[in-house]
Design a protein. Structure first.
Length: 737
């Protein structure tokens, strides 16, 4: 779905008066439009890899001239007049540990004018680049070569958990796994803006790391848990594995997106936990044995959690941390569900239940909402954390007519799975994954008839799980994704972020509409012209009567990714979202690193004559990027390219300060594919591009090989880092004149 300007303004509830209140910088070029109006631009133009409607470059000839050549830069590339301060990078000291790897979501909580706490997520290890850079960045060495040689006979992986503790190979793997898990989790650092306007660290006593192994050797650093999941953690006679820690939890890892609560805490989402520990659980919600997850260096140190004997059912949660409390190492709220969390948005209104929205970032994942039993007394009261200990978790069902409802994930909820024929399937293999009973784990269902048989065998979710009433509820929450599949929640297009506007409307970044091994999105909702759409969308959801506890909602497609010639806005794979205090939407993209700047030959066909897939066409979009989308004024509904990230990186975060003068960003996995850029190497590639009207032309693009960011010095290792983006003159990011 695409929007013209009039449709978009109607969608926002804007009108003729919206243009009158816009005070943005005037742009000198004429626009291609059917009606004359005064064009505006929010910041100096930054030309990207492809022609955009917002470039104001009129006509095919001018666009081809402007875009026939492009040079990719290994840097955070910003518009003229902007700069960034590097605040911290992988390996820097944080408390008694270090700044972790692949920093993701950023939460900034002010403690005074121009100072506060920055809470940072550390998601995963980019194995090859981490290994190559570790000696120079961290110092010392790891027994990588020895372990790799030992694993050659077993195809590069092994059940390290089951090896005897005195086995030299296990001891070597343990040394690697501890270092990898140390680089995951959450970090808290104190920062301030100095008199020159630059952001810098202040190294307070509250600075600390919560790693993947916090609490393993120091019980004071074990994480806590709330909600029904704890009934499963503490029950005796479990069907599966028991780690012996009861309702306490060792560490947190694979921390991706997150959010900041109105009461000043940070929420950190454990996403791809299945990389470290087994995801499937038994019918009583207990874990599979750690031996079910092998350790592998080649797969980004996957299985490190199982090496340590960690229980799989204790990961995949939303973690709350109070950055101001140096003794707080996090609480996992089980009422928010266990799944591949990415995204969280908190709606706290006086006199109403607390609502917490989140998404499961897998192909065919669901959108969720938790509603508290009790009401919010004051949105800024830290007692609101306790509201997440009691309530109900719901999964979204989207209807094709733009309506939807929330399905409770409770023992008495009817079993009514989505049919495979209703979802897109990878390689013509549509399927839905359901709980496997009585064995535990899951089963892939490929036929509608088998779905009918499953529904005939199990009437309610409670029949799929075992234990007392509270234990069954806990088991459902531990198995959230598969329980939601069984209940008939809509399979979606990888919801990678959720954010709320000032009116309580929920915006959701659905990053990719392609199906895969985990499943696929609903054909009725997540398609473009009846087909899968890799480039993604941003949706807007409005609760009935704007009530956070409503059981019905309406939805619309707010923005669509893809090339302008195909009806897109010029970006691919929208990810993290952020509203600034003026109501403008900022967005970063998350294209797979393997697709960055991938050449696209003439005719867009490969050497075998096959049409290039949408996935491979993402090479057209260059590096991952940052976008600005006004929601009012005379440019409402348009998408402006604000920045490109360094080579082979993903720009994450973002967080805009209350004064709109700073955007904190995290550059994740620079150099992930080609590692350390050697001697400033680059190569030239060719791309068949399209003008905004669809005319084909060839672009010559120079592409660096690997990265040296953030030092930008030849042969320096790339380091994930957090930066503060600002105007050089310290005016607001978008100047009001």
């Amino acid at each position: 779905m695409t929007f013209n300007r009039r449709q978009f303004l109607a969608f926002l509830g804007a009108g003729a008066g919206a243009a009158a209140v816009s005070n943005l910088v005037r742009f000198p070029f004429a626009r291609e439009a059917t009606v004359a109006h005064a064009a505006t631009l929010p910041f100096p133009q930054l030309l990207g890899t492809m022609p955009l409607m917002t470039d104001e470059i009129e006509g095919d000839k001018a666009q081809i001239s402007a875009y026939s050549n492009f040079t990719v830069i290994d840097d955070l590339t910003l518009p003229e007049g902007y700069t960034y301060d590097t605040i911290a990078a992988w390996g820097d000291k944080v408390g008694d540990s270090r700044f972790g790897y692949n920093n993701d979501y950023l939460s900034y909580v002010e403690t005074g004018p121009d100072e506060g706490f920055l809470t940072i997520n550390f998601e995963y290890i980019s194995g090859d680049t981490w290994v190559a850079s570790y000696p120079q960045v961290i110092g010392g060495s790891l027994p990588i070569a020895e372990v790799q040689a030992a694993l050659e006979a077993s195809e590069g992986e092994t059940d390290a958990y089951s090896l005897p503790d005195d086995d030299p190979l296990k001891q070597q793997i343990m040394a690697i796994a501890k270092e990898a898990l140390t680089d995951l989790g959450v970090g808290v650092i104190s920062i301030k803006r100095n008199k020159q306007g630059r952001w810098e660290r202040t190294f307070s006593d509250a600075d600390r790391r919560i790693t993947g192994i916090s609490g393993l050797d120091n019980p004071a650093r074990l994480l806590k848990a709330t909600g029904p999941g704890t009934a499963v953690f503490t029950k005796s006679n479990k069907q599966g594995y028991d780690d012996g820690f009861g309702d306490k939890i060792v560490g947190t890892f694979q921390n991706c997106a997150g959010g900041t609560t109105p009461w000043g805490t940070a929420l950190s989402a454990e996403e791809n936990f299945q990389s470290q520990v087994p995801e499937p659980v038994m019918a009583d919600g207990s874990s599979f044995d750690p031996s079910g997850k092998n350790f592998s260096i080649a797969s980004d140190m996957n299985g490190s959690g199982s090496v340590m004997g960690l229980a799989g059912n204790k990961y995949g949660w939303m973690v709350e941390v109070d950055p101001a409390d140096p003794d707080d190492y996090g609480t996992k709220h089980t009422w928010l569900g266990r799944f591949r969390h990415e995204a969280v948005a908190v709606r706290a209104e006086t006199g109403k239940p607390l609502a917490v929205y989140s998404g499961c970032d897998r192909r065919g994942g669901h959108l969720y909402k938790f509603v508290s039993t009790n009401e919010v007394k004051s949105p800024t009261d830290k007692a609101n954390s306790g509201l997440m200990a009691d309530g109900t978790l719901y999964a979204a069902k989207f209807n094709a007519d733009g309506t939807g409802e929330w399905i409770a994930l409770a023992p008495d909820t009817p079993v009514n799975p989505v049919r495979p024929s209703e979802v897109f399937g990878s390689e013509d293999n549509p399927h839905v994954i359901l709980p496997l009973r009585p064995e535990g784990g899951t089963v892939e269902v490929t036929s509608d008839a088998d779905i009918d048989a499953f529904a005939a065998q199990y009437a309610t979710l409670g029949e799929l799980y075992e234990g007392s009433d509270i234990e069954k509820q806990g088991a459902i929450l531990i198995d959230t994704h598969y329980a939601a599949n069984a209940a008939g929640a809509t399979t979606t297009a990888r919801p990678e972020d959720t954010d709320l506007d000032a009116n309580g409307n929920l915006f959701v970044a659905f990053t990719s509409g392609s199906p895969g091994g985990d499943g696929g999105p609903s054909k009725a909702v997540f398609s473009k012209d009846g087909e899968p759409w890799e480039y993604g969308w941003i949706f807007k959801l409005t609760e009935a009567s704007s009530d956070p506890a409503a059981m019905q909602f309406t939805w619309e497609k707010f923005a669509v990714g893809g090339e302008p010639a195909e009806g897109g806005l010029g970006f691919a794979n929208p990810d993290n979202l952020e509203f600034d205090r003026s109501g403008n939407l900022w967005m970063v993209t998350d294209m797979s690193t393997s697709r960055h700047n991938k050449a696209v030959p003439a005719g867009r066909v490969d050497e075998e004559g096959e049409v290039i897939s949408q996935s491979s066409l993402r090479g057209l979009f260059g590096n991952n990027s940052i976008w600005y989308m006004p929601t009012s004024g005379d440019r409402a509904g348009e998408a402006f390219l604000f920045a490109f990230g360094p080579m082979e990186s993903e720009m994450t975060g973002p967080f805009v300060t209350a004064d709109n003068r700073t955007m904190f960003l995290a550059a994740q996995h620079p150099g992930e594919r080609n590692g350390i850029r050697q001697d400033m190497a680059s190569e030239v590639r060719e791309f068949e591009m399209r003008t905004t009207s669809g005319k084909a032309f060839m672009q010559t693009r120079e592409v660096p090989l690997g990265s040296n960011w953030p030092s930008k010095q030849a042969n320096d290792p790339p380091r994930p880092a957090v930066v503060a983006v600002r105007r050089i003159n310290n005016d607001p990011l978008v100047v009001v004149t």
